[in-house]
Design a protein around this ligand. Sequence first.
Ligand code: ATP
Ligand code: MG
Length: 255
Amino acid sequence: MTEIPDSHPRKSSLLSRQKMVEAAKRGLLADSAMIAHGRGEAYDYLLGERTTESASLAIREAAARLLDADSPVISMNGNSTVLAGEEAIKIAAIVGCPVEVNIYYRTDERMSGLVRELESLKESLLATSPPENKEAISGVDILGMVSDGRIRGLEGPRSLCSAQGIEKADVVLVPLEDGDRCEALIALGKEVIAIDLNPLSRTSRTATVTIVDEVSRALRGIVDELSGEPEPGPWDNEQVLRDALESMANASIRI
Ligand code: ATP
Ligand code: MG
């Protein structure tokens, strides 16, 4: 990897890019992953590459709903695994829920590559965690290889999921979900917590709680909130979408 000096103002964005490039070389990403990432970068630029106050509220609401759920699950695709896999495992360990690999362009090779990637992130987290956290971390199931469940309302390979994960879940945390699948999950009566930098996407507009923030910042924020006692409140999701658009529209004023 090329060294990026700490003083570089956009260091974390550049490091994420490098992670994506390396992961693509390792065959973990679909061809369109870079396009999705680039679109996310553009929105993040407009947000000032920071978590807004409004997104912080959504992050707290997400943490509260995960703790309150009967059967939560964290659904991971290629981009979110590469950018924030470790944070997802931390959340799963605290909440006591599985992580499921669920990708749009499904191939056996990428499914097994992403499951292996999450297993190895889990192992390194286990090795560096204090003894009191080890049991919870080793208890995190990484699902996805066995597709014995279905997301009803979707056709073909996109409907495949795990019976122990997404199929039975009441609350699904899905960083970077596709609009169709988000709609299908909502139609099944599940709560969807989405992370999407685009406040105008179908995913953002359909989800129960939308965190308009970069995926690694959002998941780190959820980890932090879980150490408190967040309570689910009355939730106006349209308001967070309006707030995000307003922050982006005001971007020029910060210059
Ligand atoms: P939808 O399917 O919801 O209608 P779309 O088809 O326009 O939306 P997709 O290609 O399905 O979009 O998903 C990519 C989405 O992920 C984009 O909206 C992009 O802004 C967002 N995104 C990309 N990278 C990140 C990231 N690192 N953090 C958060 N969001 C991201
Ligand atoms: Mg889409």
